[in-house]
Unconditional design. Structure first.
Length: 157
């Protein structure tokens, strides 16, 4: 199980902290009433971190949402996986499959593994166990992993 807070704490020393990072995400209405942040708010925070390649902060916001008893969505998981992929943390990305078994999370994980083409093929094979049908995205991403990997032998499905 991933301990997002621990990952965030350990990487805090090396991560850049920007002034727009919100410590307590709340929204204010025009009348000044405090509104509680929902999963969409946390997804937006994660997306901002993902776009600026701050994977540890993206995972931190995912953990904060879960700490507030918000159910992460497919968007939450794919955003976290994408942040990990962009930072070459694909091994951590694979742990999300235990949480959300959907084609978008599989596609995100397959793209995250990159040149580890054997892992991409294993993910494609494991779709059957998750009772999911591979789509063009899954097979296309696997083909890219195999085709563009210098160490692969191009024997594909």
């Amino acid at each position: 199980m991933i301990n997002y807070s621990e990952l965030y704490s350990n990487s805090k020393k090396t991560a850049l902290h920007h002034s727009f990072t919100v410590q307590h995400p709340h929204l204010f209405s025009k009348s000044g009433v405090l509104l509680q942040a929902d999963i969409i708010t946390y997804n937006a925070l994660m997306n901002s971190c993902q776009k600026s390649t701050r994977w540890a902060e993206a995972l931190h916001w995912l953990q904060r949402a879960q700490d507030r008893f918000l159910e992460p969505s497919v968007v939450s998981y794919t955003t976290a996986i994408t942040a990990l992929r962009q930072s070459s943390q694909w091994q951590l990305a694979l742990e999300f499959l235990d949480k959300k078994w959907t084609l978008p999370t599989y596609n995100a994980c397959i793209t995250a593994v990159g040149a580890a083409w054997q892992q991409a093929l294993c993910l494609l094979e494991s779709l059957e166990g998750a009772q999911l049908e591979p789509d063009a995205g899954c097979t296309g991403y696997c083909f890219q992993c195999v085709f563009f990997s210098p160490s692969s032998v191009c024997v594909f499905l």
